[in-house]
Design a protein around this ligand. Structure first.
Ligand SMILES: [Zn+2]
Ligand SMILES: [Zn+2]
Length: 312
């Protein structure tokens, strides 16, 4: 592992116009992620797991067009549109994310998405322990509710890791659809390392290459995939600006590094999409598990959340 301290880099261009939040596009998000998991599986020591993850993302993408439109955020009438905008404005005023995780636990549209996801995902190839976990979950609605409660808190019971993957995947699909219906310019910072759309934790950060935001850093929500702008060389876990360093696996040029922080001893991965546009925060986080193992051996604590890497 190679360690570097921050060096001066070209300042991000177009800072004045850098959008604070960028909403996900579920149609491309899951399809591209499926392709990326499949591509990373080639010759990888975790190939069977990465192929299973490609299947999960394919199931997310396949279910998407069959789901009924979401209410009430979907503005069918002018009155509903006004109500949704008012809710978002009120949430922003109080420094709260507009997607309320407490309410999601009882959202019938989410329960329906989970149940349909558990049906569609049966068809994908998966390791035997995952198939057993899926069968247990499908037979037990109470377990589905419990795993959903865990997923909404970005927490998992150690004995339910395999079940968690399926519920977290269904939650991602639902949350990304909800986030896609928000108004990006109404979102405001709600706290260090907290998604301004749903209050979730980041899976990783990306250096993007978008018009007006070349090499700007965005955190990506592990739940709803909303991206929010975060100043470079600042710990996204605790906000410290001193004692930041970057680590990557020696000799590798995969665009994946980890930003470590001396203040909180945590780290979050930083993926350079500016240099490697094909990087997907979820897929490449799982595929770069080797970097986590090196960092954790060296005493650093993983600060990001990834439901597909639970237990590491
Ligand atoms: Zn989110
Ligand atoms: Zn920190």
């Amino acid at each position: 592992m190679t360690e570097e301290t921050p060096r001066p880099r070209p300042a991000p261009r177009g800072d004045l116009h850098t959008q604070f939040a960028v909403l996900p596009d579920p149609v491309t998000l899951f399809a591209r992620r499926a392709d990326r998991f499949a591509a990373r599986a080639e010759g990888h020591e975790l190939a069977p797991y990465l192929r299973f993850m490609a299947g999960i993302a394919q199931a997310q993408a396949a279910l998407l067009p069959t789901l009924p439109p979401l209410a009430p955020v979907t503005a069918v009438t002018a009155e509903q549109a006004a109500r949704a905008a008012e809710h978002a404005a009120r949430a922003a005023e109080h420094g709260m994310p507009p997607i309320d995780r407490v309410r999601l636990a009882d959202d019938p549209a989410l329960t329906e998405t989970i149940s349909r996801f558990l049906q569609i995902v049966v068809a994908i190839p998966m390791p035997d322990p995952a198939a057993a976990a899926l069968a247990r979950l499908r037979a037990d609605p109470a377990a589905q509710r419990q795993r959903l409660a865990d997923a909404l808190e970005d927490a998992v019971a150690a004995d339910a890791i395999a079940e968690h993957v399926f519920i977290a995947a269904a939650l991602q699909l639902h949350a990304a659809r909800l986030a896609a219906l928000l108004q990006a310019d109404l979102l405001q910072p709600v706290g260090t390392g907290v998604c301004p759309a749903c209050g979730g934790a980041p899976v990783a950060c990306v250096l993007v290459d978008r018009p007006g935001a070349h090499n700007a850093r965005y955190c990506v929500c592990a739940t709803c995939a909303t991206q929010w702008n975060a100043v470079r060389v600042t710990c996204v876990l605790c906000g410290a600006t001193e004692g930041i360093a970057y680590h990557h696996i020696e000799g590798s040029d995969d665009g994946v590094a980890a930003e470590t922080c001396n203040a909180c001893q945590g780290y979050v991965k930083l993926l350079s999409q500016a240099e490697h546009p094909e990087l997907d925060p979820m897929a490449d986080d799982v595929a770069s598990l080797g970097l986590d193992l090196l960092l954790q051996d060296a005493g650093w604590r993983r600060g990001a959340v990834n439901p597909f890497l639970t237990g590491y």
